[in-house]
Design a protein around this ligand. Structure first.
Ligand SMILES: C[S@@+](CC[C@H](N)C(=O)[O-])C[C@H]1O[C@@H](n2cnc3c(N)ncnc32)[C@H](O)[C@@H]1O
Length: 285
């Protein structure tokens, strides 16, 4: 049985890092006059109430999104992310936090498609309620990795897949690369984003090694360390937050590097690093 519930972690440092990358990719998809699809395999609940019990219990958002809410001079990606947040909080007070489905919906036009998947017994019905009455959205209740292989390629072949597991099941560090490789073979032009936590056990290294060995395509990797989290803070276990992006668009690497450095500076702790795991020679310059 799954116990992780994202409502306790919404808007924390990991969400900020991941959602800024997501906004950059969504903006890229939405700027062309051609429909796109987003497949969000571990969708959570849609959006979140930061005044609610769970968010107030952990207060993780105070170490994440709340640090950026009033910041000025935000670079590309962060700017778009903050604009999306403002749309959800039009009176200027940060009360609601968009999960990945809500961020995708900000960018969607009439012909775009959002395919959501969630397995948790509470999160799934909440996600269904969030998505109701929007016929651009379909909601599935399947295992995320099984769904990834089953749902790719989507009918609209421009698009992205978000793979954002809770890693409660430790084998996910090795099954994610395996299933990702399988799905990329079926949908070579798709963009894929994999999120992972950096914890003291260092299990994410197996994930990175597996992706490098098994997955085809151009692969970008970035990580925001949170190494100065002190015991007693809301996220003491989380030493960092990482992302692997398969087939990112042109200039995503530069934008994400700038945005990541800016977040690290604004959080006032840790460092951001970015590199290519694989890059084709034609785009090397
Ligand atoms: C980190 S949260 C997702 C947050 C969301 N993507 C966002 O950015 O707003 C991970 C979600 O995956 C769900 N989950 C865990 N194991 C799963 C599985 N095997 N298949 C599908 N969903 C799963 C959890 O219930 C949780 O809601």
């Amino acid at each position: 049985m799954l116990s992780y519930q994202h409502t306790y972690h919404a808007g924390g440092p990991a969400d900020v890092h991941k959602h800024i990358a997501l906004c950059l990719l969504l903006e890229h998809l939405a700027k062309k006059d051609k429909p796109f699809s987003v497949i969000d395999l571990y969708a959570g609940e849609g959006d979140y109430d930061l005044a609610g019990f769970a968010a107030q219990k952990t207060q993780e958002y105070k170490e994440g999104v709340a640090q950026l809410w009033n910041a000025t001079g935000a670079p590309r990606g962060v700017h778009e992310y903050l604009e999306a947040l403002r749309r959800l909080n039009p009176d200027g007070v940060l009360k609601r936090y968009p999960g990945s489905p809500a961020l995708a919906r900000v960018y969607m036009r009439d012909d775009d498609s959002l395919i959501l998947n969630e397995l948790h017994a509470t999160a799934f019905p909440n996600l269904g309620r969030w998505a109701r009455k929007d016929d651009r959205i379909t909601v599935h209740k399947r295992d995320g990795l099984e769904a990834m292989v089953g749902l790719t390629p989507p009918k609209i072949r421009r698009g992205l897949v978000l793979i954002d597991p809770s890693y409660e099941v430790k084998t996910e560090y090795t099954t994610v690369p395996e299933k990702l490789a399988e799905s990329v073979k079926k949908w070579r032009e798709g963009m894929y984003v994999v999120w992972y936590p950096v914890l003291k056990e260092g299990r994410h290294q197996a994930l990175l090694d597996g992706i490098k060995e098994q997955v085809d395509g151009e692969i970008f990797h970035c990580e925001l360390s949170l190494s100065t989290v002190k015991p007693g803070e809301a996220t003491p276990g989380l030493r960092g937050t990482g992302l692997v992006v398969v087939n990112p668009p042109w200039k995503f690497d530069a934008d994400m590097t700038t945005a990541g450095n800016w977040i690290a500076k604004t959080f006032g702790r840790g460092k951001h690093f970015a590199r290519w795991i694989k890059k084709s020679e034609t785009q090397e310059s």
